[in-house]
Design a protein around this ligand. Structure first.
Ligand code: ATP
Length: 900
């Protein structure tokens, strides 16, 4: 087991490896396991969350509860022990329900945090593995690439142009260039150039390093403590709902005050009247609303996660529902990112390659006839593709999975099909240096030792590399690349790209052995073009349907890709993204922001776009008031992801930096998951509206009935305890199942909701008003009728059951404002049926069980009373059902757009 030293930067890399009892091929799994138990997980200690007891107690911390406690005290002192107990019982029930809801939301958030956990690429026993960063131990050999968040403090062993942004640790925003040499012991963290530190971000290049410290022993662990994971600040929707609740509290308290006043004037008993007013206030105020909103959002997040869209910022859940433009990458998002080299163009000949996937079985064909792959230029091109390559394809029993970039995998496999294997070539041409691939550079080059000379091998975007070539390999030797030859190659590129292939040029240059470090100037304008590789990457089978669904939902789909215009357009056509002209990165660069804003609306395909240009395109779309979702995976996509309304990063192929900038991460990198998330987002909004309708319609209806009876008849139709009971039995039980209402499948049929339209819209308020009025009128009528025929206990029992019946039927009508139950299926929300079943049992208990009869002063209802109660509630269901059949959009005003 290694001894822990402090000054790793003062040791040479080999000494560091020795001291850490590790080696270049990494630790074995057994060693890693042993060290994990000794050093603990590579995580920072989190601040402890609220304890369950505290969370339960905090449910009581609300002004409403204080009022109720006061009411309980008043009833106790004035000789109403049953009321006291009921109020306390209700308080307890409310707290338990609030506690459960909060824990549910908390659990959903924790599960999401888990899914967003950082990962690390590690070499264990010579094999590359992708593990959760928490499992890293000192001595592990890790690989750090552009865009990675460094998973632990580590000493560098190998370098290729690594630059690291250390601002999270040192505050210095300029990326730091790294080196290998040992440093003086007293050098401070910011200047330890041979080390990388946890939480800093690799912005360029790559490196191999050995982990020196993990968890709380890292520099970050020492200074910080806890890293923020998912941002949990309140979303605009949650804030809006909180504001709405506050207004309602004031209005409803005023109404209850009024009822109290009227009651007192009408000569009702003051204590009874006070308790009644308090109970009315408590049941009318939708105190559970903010909690329900959080639960709906949390449940929605879980549903999105099940469909591979992992939410990082809660706000995305609501913004997604109003997305109007989705800007999507091509490679891997709309396509499978399963690359296969289909064609090679070398020495003026076009050769097709057969075979699928990463299995090195396939033939070379020319004009449909099998040929031997022994042509010199062809082999040269294949050799370049295999040498200028960092991918590996597993062989032997575990054949043939790819580790690394699929484009590179495709080139490796093509070479293997001709009997050229990377392991052999790497031995023959030892690699001395590398210019890593980046989306801006659009090419990659390596420097290899060929004995008498050094050779640079380069591959990259065809036009880019063509521009760096001075010669072309023809007839066994390099010939000058004149304008006519250049033109011929360009035509060939267009033809291949037009067949939806990504076209890479393969080139080389001989350099003197004095060149040991590769710089762009060594190769620019000196390369010899050996050939072109046409690589196919088929569209995802589900992409076409997802694009169609998005278009049907009024959402524009735009492709933004680093690939060639012709390739991009061919793929766009295949997945159904609108035609029109493709705009290229060069076009974008030539336009001012205003010109770009004017132009974007007519463009659906942006090709050869550099990541930083993505930001300009996103801004241009946003300037038209569009709600833009944009996908990205690289470090330089981060600004565009941040600027977008919904930044979407790739979970599999994306970099940590992109993921951290994003609002949502796609677990499967699939475009269809963005559309699924939009669908879920809209579903969540519908559910919230259903819950709000239910709460408002029920509470306002009850209050109106109460006010009318007291003012007109001079008697209360319900007792305080009964009102509180209704509040718990119906409000609490019905809202949760409404929040779990299954998706209907019509979410993508309507246009996107304009962001200025809030959850509450004019049509919704009209609907609340009319249904509340019907309920109040019917309840009042029944009380009036019953008062003259029955005892007051009987009349109240009847009203008590009638109101509960109304609420339960309302549960059904709240599910949709346009679709009748016969269309959405009476039984499709099982949770609602279950909740209604429970509520019915509770209500039966309240009128039949002797001790509850005593508490609520109820009597067993006669069959006639039951018929009235159930029938009255059903009336509202029938009226709404007919309304939805004949006038489905009567209350849709302002639902999606203001005034429409
Ligand atoms: P998208 O933005 O849709 O994901 P992309 O993956 O094609 O598109 P980039 O990764 O930026 O975009 O690649 C740009 C171009 O660089 C590609 O079209 C290809 O020609 C070239 N290229 C891609 N990968 C490599 C690589 N590993 N080595 C050399 N050149 C590459």
């Amino acid at each position: 087991m290694p001894v822990m030293a402090e000054n790793w930067h003062a040791l040479s890399s080999t000494d560091t490896l020795t001291r850490l009892e590790s080696r270049a091929s990494g630790l074995t799994e057994a060693e890693a396991k042993e060290r994990l138990s000794k050093f603990g997980a590579n995580t920072l200690e989190e601040k402890a969350g609220k304890s369950p007891v505290l969370r339960f107690l905090s449910q009581f911390a609300s002004p409403l509860v204080y009022v109720l406690l006061a009411a309980a005290a008043v009833s106790a002192f004035t000789g109403h022990p049953v009321d006291t107990l009921t109020i306390l019982g209700v308080l307890l029930a409310n707290a338990v329900i609030g506690y459960i809801q909060e824990s549910k939301a908390e659990k959903a958030m924790a599960a999401l945090r888990e899914m967003a956990a950082p990962r690390a690429k590690v070499r264990r026993a010579g094999k590359l593995r992708d593990i959760t960063a928490a499992d890293l131990v000192p001595g592990d050999v890790i690989i750090i690439e552009e865009g990675d968040r460094v998973p632990a403090d580590a000493r560098l062993l190998e370098l290729a142009g690594l630059r690291v942004n250390e601002s999270s640790l040192t505050g210095e925003s300029e990326p730091v260039e790294k080196a290998l040499g040992a440093l003086r012991a007293e050098v401070t963290v910011g200047d330890r150039t041979n080390m990388v530190f946890q939480s800093t971000a690799a912005t360029q290049g790559k490196a191999v390093a050995v982990v020196a410290a993990t968890g709380m022993n890292t520099e970050l662990g020492r200074i910080a403590g806890s890293l923020s994971g998912i941002t949990e600040e309140k979303t605009p929707l949650q804030k809006g709902i909180a504001r709405l609740s506050n207004y309602l509290v004031i209005i409803l308290l005023a109404v209850c005050g009024l009822i109290l006043g009227v009651g007192l004037i009408r000569g009702l008993e003051p204590v009874e009247m006070f308790l009644l007013a308090v109970a009315a206030a408590v049941s009318a105020i939708p105190e559970g609303l903010p909690a329900v909103v959080t639960v709906v959002l949390a449940i929605g997040m879980r549903m999105m996660a099940q469909r591979n869209a992992i939410i990082r910022k809660l706000v995305a859940v609501e913004t997604l529902g109003s997305a109007t433009v989705i800007c999507s990458d091509k490679t891997g998002t709309l396509t499978l990112n399963q690359m296969t080299t289909r064609q090679l163009y070398a020495d003026g000949r076009s050769v097709d390659i057969t075979g699928e996937g990463y299995r090195p079985d396939g033939e070379f064909q020319e004009d449909g006839k099998v040929i031997a792959a022994d042509d010199e230029t062809l082999r040269l091109a294949l050799r370049i593709g295999a040498l200028c390559n960092n991918a590996t394809v597993t062989t032997g029993q575990e054949c043939c999975s790819l580790f690394g970039d699929p484009t590179e995998g495709a080139l490796l496999v093509a070479a293997a099909k001709a009997g050229l294997f990377k392991e052999d070539l790497d031995k023959q041409y030892r690699r001395l240096d590398e210019i890593p691939f980046s989306s801006e550079r659009q090419y990659m080059a390596t420097l290899n030792d060929a004995g008498k000379v050094h050779i640079t091998h380069a591959k990259g975007a065809a036009e880019k590399l063509l521009g760096m070539c001075s010669h072309i390999y023809n007839g066994g030797r390099p010939a000058a690349l004149d304008e006519a030859a250049r033109h011929g190659v360009r035509r060939q590129i267009e033809t291949m790209a037009g067949q939806a292939m990504r076209v890479l040029a393969l080139a080389y240059a001989e350099l003197p052995t004095t060149v040991t470090r590769l710089e762009e100037e060594h190769i620019s304008g000196k390369l010899v073009l050996a050939g072109l590789a046409g690589i196919a990457d088929p569209p995802r089978p589900e992409a076409r349907e997802a694009v169609a669904a998005a278009l049907g939902a009024g959402i524009r789909v735009v492709m933004i890709t680093g690939d060639h215009a012709a390739t991009a357009q061919a793929i766009a056509r295949e997945v159904g993204i609108g035609g029109g002209r493709a705009m290229t990165g060069a076009d974008v660069a030539a336009l001012s922001d205003a010109e770009l804003a004017a132009a974007v609306k007519g463009v659906s395909v942006f090709a050869r776009i550099e990541p930083l240009q993505k930001l300009r395109i996103v801004r241009a779309w946003k300037s038209h008031g569009e709600v833009v979702a944009v996908t990205g995976d690289g470090v330089n996509d981060a600004p565009a992801l941040k600027a977008a309304d919904i930044g979407v990063a790739m979970g599999k192929s994306g970099t940590d930096v992109a993921r951290e900038a994003a609002d949502m991460v796609l677990a499967d990198d699939n475009f269809a998951s963005v559309v699924a998330a939009v669908e879920e987002g809209r579903g969540i909004f519908n559910r919230l509206r259903a819950v709000i309708y239910f709460l408002l319609a029920s509470n306002i209806g009850e209050l109106m009935a109460l006010a009318a009876a007291i003012a007109i008849l001079g008697d209360a139709p319900l007792l305080a305890a009964q009102i509180l009971w209704i509040n718990v039995v119906t409000d609490a039980t019905i809202t949760v199942p409404l929040a779990m209402e299954p998706r209907r499948g019509d979410e993508l049929k309507s246009p996107p909701r304009s962001p200025e339209v809030s959850i509450i819209y004019p049509g919704l308020m009209w609907r609340v008003g009319y249904t509340a009025l019907i309920m109040a009128a019917v309840v009042f009528g029944i009380f009036y009728w019953a008062e003259q025929r029955f005892t007051v206990e009987e009349a109240r029992t009847l009203v008590f059951c009638t109101v509960v019946s109304f609420e339960l039927w309302k549960g059904f009508i709240a599910r949709s404002d346009e679709l009748p139950a016969i269309k959405i299926g009476f039984f499709s929300n099982r949770w609602l049926l279950l909740a209604i079943g429970i509520a019915v049992l509770l209500q039966l208990a309240a009128v039949y069980l002797p001790f509850l009869q005593a508490a609520f002063r109820t009597v067993p209802p006669t069959p006639q009373m039951w018929a009235i109660a159930v029938g009255a509630g059903f009336s509202i269901f029938a009226v709404e059902e007919l309304r939805k059949i004949f006038f489905p959009r009567l209350f849709s005003r302002g639902k999606w757009r203001r005034g429409e």
